[in-house]
Design a protein around this ligand. Structure first.
Ligand code: GDP
Length: 294
């Protein structure tokens, strides 16, 4: 994860580590290298700019500290700024006071929605919840079967119907969940290859109809700035509550992970790092910053 970026940042810090103290000249040079590393990693331009100007200001403000080397000083400053760009604190999903909590899973086709829906169900089950799934991705032919197979592996029930009626699946699933005393209902919605009005409209209608507690937007981290642009478009239309970053296991650059929080002003709530059911984790900004710094 993030190998390319880690290597470039490390080399930027190395250039100051031989210096006895931070001077204006080597601060400016190192900050330039950090900015280049971030842009090479496909970090959004504005995010890279504001992150590096904060780093520069702090580095210049601190001057030379007797107790640490300039390299260590820079690493700490960049770490703090990364944690801040990533959202500072871990943000949990909201649970409804009156069960079931309804979580809508939205995103483009192939982003990992169906896999994540099942993983989230397993994760919640491991936390002592009693989840249920609904297969409202009625257009992709294999999606319903895929969800059924995954759900059976983790022993969680799925509501699905033969008709291609996403709204009905969702509505019925809420009644089913209530009847079966399931405290969380996760609804896997349909994606498209590209952002499209019909998809947004369907997600919005399902959200209203089921009075969703939480809408999570799933995005493939490996798609870099495309991921960020898609997030921006989705957010404008459906004002989601949180982001799920998938396929971080294959992401060597980290551009989407670092940019998305700032661009859409919504927290990253979960990350997915593989195809297996246990490769899901809540998102911790500090741990992610540590990974980025290698
Ligand atoms: P959907 O169309 O959004 O429902 O996407 P799927 O859940 O079907 O996922 C698309 C592909 O990505 C599948 O082959 C998944 O196994 C794979 N996938 C999903 N999440 C991850 C992940 O975090 N890492 C990796 N390596 N593959 C993933």
């Amino acid at each position: 994860m993030f190998e390319d970026l880690s290597t470039k940042l490390e080399s930027a810090f190395k250039s100051v580590s031989g210096q006895a103290r931070l001077s204006d000249i080597n601060v400016a040079e190192t900050v330039r290298e950090i900015r280049r590393a971030l842009l090479d990693a496909d970090v959004n331009y504005e995010v890279a700019r504001s992150l590096t100007s904060a780093v520069k200001e702090k580095a210049l403000g601190q001057g030379g500290l007797a107790s640490v080397t300039p390299g260590q000083q820079f690493t700490k400053i960049v770490y703090d700024e990364l944690v801040s760009a990533l959202g500072q604190e871990q943000e949990e999903i909201t649970f409804s006071q009156v069960p079931p909590t309804v979580i809508l899973i939205a995103g483009l086709q192939g982003s990992g929605k169906t896999t994540f829906s099942a993983k989230l169900a397993k994760w919640l089950k491991d936390q002592g919840k009693n989840p249920m799934l609904a297969a409202a991705d009625v257009y992709r032919p294999a999606a319903v079967d895929q969800l059924r197979t995954l759900a059976s592996d983790i022993d969680v029930p799925v509501h699905s119907i033969a008709e291609k009626d996403a709204l009905r699946v969702a509505k019925e699933a809420v009644s089913e969940a209530k009847k079966a005393a399931r405290d969380v209902l996760i609804i896997d919605t349909a994606g498209r290859m590209h952002v499209d009005e019909h998809m947004m409209d369907e997600v919005s209608r399902i959200r209203q109809t089921v009075n969703a507690t939480e809408v999570l937007f799933v995005v493939d981290a490996m798609t870099g700035q495309d991921a960020v642009n898609t997030a921006r478009q989705f957010n404008k239309q459906i004002d989601f509550d949180g982001v799920v970053l998938t396929k971080l296991d294959g992401d060597t650059r980290g551009g989407a992970a670092i940019s998305i929080r700032n661009v859409v002003d919504k927290p990253i709530k979960f990350v997915s790092t593989g195809e297996k059911m246990d490769t899901i984790s809540p998102f911790y900004p500090d741990r992610m910053a540590q990974r980025i710094l290698g």
